[in-house]
Each structure stands twice: as structure tokens, then as C-alpha cells.
Design a binder for this molecule. Structure first.
Ligand SMILES: Nc1ncnc2c1ncn2[C@@H]1O[C@H](COP(=O)(O)OP(=O)(O)O)[C@@H](O)[C@H]1O
Ligand SMILES: [Mg+2]
Length: 357
């Protein structure tokens, strides 16, 4: 699976533009404000059903227009699916293979996109929620029941919290604690198994980009290590009752990123943190590519502002060797000289996309 064709209408400054990408590297060049990030935003819309720059559709829709449309062909040549997303100010329509879809889940499954942009470093130094979301996205793609598991856990957690706040609660609390423990344990186990499977890629890429042979990923399950989740819930009933919500569990879980046994966020330079962010997101992509070769798609915005030339070369070499479909933007003309080799090149200018020979 890959993005074989992209049509954009009324996204930011792009009135109408099309792109027939290569299966491997696609490099997009253009001045500031030409529309490069908007092209990535369009692909992301197609793969996630929402923008990464704004939660308000109105900001993404071209000025004075009622809606935006992004559509594309996803698959292999000769066997593709037509997908489309239309966003109005308050409504969203998703179409897959001529059918209307209620949720974004199917879309997300069809075109798994990973975005790396300057703000991605918050994955390392930002709140745990971002790392949980990252893990959840990755697991959603490799474990088909994962979304269902998350929903069951979250429903049980809501019920337990309600029981904690009500007077006649003892039997309800017991029932819902049991459900929370059951689904919560499964989520924690699934997360640990997933991290086991991206760890090797993460270490390899960290060695390549940072020369760090001691990079490590550790899953924090969200309750005291060594004991079961059921026990942790039982021992925190009075504290939870005082607070009115459940303190421990995978909803408080996290992923620690260590270098030499120390939290990377506390010791690494800003530049090193960025490289480690790349390592983490690329490890996820490679994991996905192991499972379903050729399906994952990387969007990397403005890499020249993040990586020096040597690291740009390393990154592009890695992407070339894995064959992961990638869309990479460069401002102006600053880019790794070797990048153009074997890559499709596009010039973005005033919201237009021009393929370069
Ligand atoms: N809703 C909108 N309607 C029209 N133009 C917009 C909208 N939002 C942003 N823009 C303009 O779109 C242009 C392209 O932005 P962007 O894709 O971020 O450029 P680049 O990444 O190439 O620097 C900018 O000049 C910006 O002012
Ligand atoms: Mg940009």
C-alpha cells in the first residue's frame, strides 16, 4: 500500500493541486509560505482525518471557502482504493472506495502516516499523554483489537470513577474495579509487547543518528511495579475515593527514554533530543513496515532546520534502504546534496506543485 495519487482542493493557500508521488522518497522544495507544509497537512488529513496544525477546520480551509477536500488513491498500481476527506467548518465526510464512513478508524488503518516536524520533540520532553498517544497509534496498526480494548477500558474506568463518587457504591465499585483491572492489564501487556518490538529499531537508529549505543525504552505501566493492577486498585480505594477518580492505571502510563540509564530529556542537548525523536518515530515506522511492507508513510517537515547535512544524508539513506514512502520538505535550496539521487522532486510555489524532471 502506498499513496499513488493526491488531489488537494482549498487547503490553506492551495486552491487546487495534484501530486503523483514516487513509492520511495519524495522531496518538496519551495520558499517560505509557498505551501509545503500544507501539502504534508493534506496527506495527514487523508491518513488521520484531521490536521496536525489546527483542531479548527476553519483555519485549514482556504480563506472564503466553505470546505476543503483531499482525495487520493491508496494501494498498489492496478489495485487501489479511492479515499477522500471533506472538511467543512463543522462537519466531516470520509469516503472510502465509494462508501461513506462514520469514523476515521478505517482511514487511519488504510494510510498509516507518521509526521516528524520541529514540534515533534515534545514527544520526548512533553507530557506523558503524547507518548501514550504515540504508542496507541502504533498498536492500533499492529493489533486489530486494540481500539476495542481501549474503549472497554475507558468505559470501565468512567464507571469506576462514578462508583467512587456515589454513596451506595460498594458492589458497583467491586464490579467496575474488576473490569478496570482486566482491561487495564491487557493494555499494559500489549504496550510492553509493542515496545519490545520497536526497541531494536530504536537502538539501531539511535546508534546511526547519535552514536548512542545505550539508548533504551522503558514502559511505565501506570501502577507500582511488581504487583498486579487489581492489587494496586484495591490498595488505593480510600485515596481514590477522596479524589473521586482512579489514580493508577494505563491512563497514567508512560514511556521513558533513557540514555546511559538516565532520562534523555534531562541530559541531552536540544539537537540530540531532536535526533532521538527521529529515532523513536522512525522505529515505529520500521515496525509497521516489518508487518505490512510498503504501507507506512513518513511526512517530515523542514528537516534542514532540524538536522545538519550529515544527519540529513543518514536519514535519507535509511529511508532509501527501507523503501518507506516519504514526503520531505526543504525550505529554499538548502538540502543534502546526495538527497536528490533516486528521489522524486517537486517544487512548491504559491500553492502549486510542479514535478521536476
Ligand atoms: N486558511 C488559509 N487560507 C489561505 N491561505 C492560508 C490559510 N492558512 C495559511 N495560509 C497561507 O498559506 C501559505 C502556505 O503556508 P505553509 O504551507 O505553511 O507554507 P510553507 O510550509 O511552504 O512555508 C502561507 O503563506 C499562509 O499564510
Ligand atoms: Mg512549512
Amino acid at each position: 500500500m502506498a499513496l499513488l495519487r493526491l488531489d488537494i482542493a482549498d487547503v490553506r493557500n492551495i486552491e487546487s493541486a495534484s501530486l503523483s508521488p514516487a513509492l520511495g522518497l519524495n522531496l518538496l522544495f519551495g520558499e517560505n509560505g509557498s505551501g509545503k507544509t500544507s501539502v504534508l497537512e493534506s496527506i495527514y488529513l487523508l491518513g488521520r482525518g484531521k490536521s496536525f496544525r489546527s483542531a479548527q477546520a476553519q483555519r485549514v480551509i482556504r480563506f472564503d471557502q466553505a470546505c476543503l477536500t483531499v482525495s487520493g488513491r491508496v494501494g498498489q498500481s492496478g489495485n487501489h482504493t479511492v479515499v477522500g476527506v471533506q472538511l467543512g467548518r463543522s462537519e466531516k465526510q470520509i469516503r472510502i472506495g465509494g462508501r461513506s464512513c462514520e469514523s476515521s478508524a478505517e482511514l487511519i488503518r488504510l494510510l498509516p502516516v507518521v509526521l516528524i516536524q520541529p514540534a515533534s520533540v515534545s514527544l520526548l520532553d512533553g507530557p506523558p499523554r503524547l507518548r501514550r498517544q504515540m504508542l496507541d497509534w502504533g498498536m492500533f496498526h499492529v493489533e486489530h483489537d486494540y481500539l476495542d480494548l481501549l474503549r472497554r477500558f475507558s468505559r470501565a474506568l468512567d464507571q469506576r470513577n462514578t462508583a467512587l463518587r456515589s454513596y451506595a457504591r460498594s458492589s458497583d465499585l467491586e464490579i467496575w474495579s474488576g473490569e478496570v483491572a482486566r482491561w487495564g492489564t491487557m493494555i499494559a501487556e500489549a504496550r510492553a509487547a509493542y515496545v519490545d518490538r520497536i526497541r531494536g529499531h530504536f537502538r539501531d537508529i539511535a546508534v546511526m543518528l547519535l552514536g548512542a549505543g545505550d539508548a533504551e525504552l522503558i514502559v511505565r505501566q501506570g501502577w507500582k511495579a511488581g504487583g498486579s493492577y487489581a492489587d494496586a486498585l484495591a490498595s488505593s480505594v480510600s485515596a481514590d475515593t477522596r479524589q473521586g477518580y482512579t489514580e493508577a492505571g494505563p491512563h497514567k502510563g508512560d514511556l521513558s527514554i533513557l540514555i546511559g540509564g538516565r532520562p534523555a530529556r534531562d541530559y541531552l542537548s536540544r539537537g540530540q533530543l531532536k535526533l532521538l525523536t527521529y529515532a523513536l518515530l522512525l522505529a515505529q515506522l520500521r515496525r509497521l513496515d516489518d508487518d505490512i511492507p510498503g504501507q507506512a508513510c513518513l511526512l517530515a517537515d523542514d528537516i534542514a532546520s532540524e538536522l545538519d547535512l550529515r544527519n540529513q544524508e543518514k536519514l535519507l539513506d535509511l529511508l532509501k534502504s527501507t523503501g518507506i514512502q516519504s514526503f520531505i520538505t526543504f525550505s529554499g535550496k538548502a538540502y543534502a546534496p546526495g538527497a536528490a539521487h533516486d528521489a522524486a522532486m517537486f517544487h512548491v510555489e504559491h500553492g502549486r506543485i510542479l514535478a521536476q524532471e
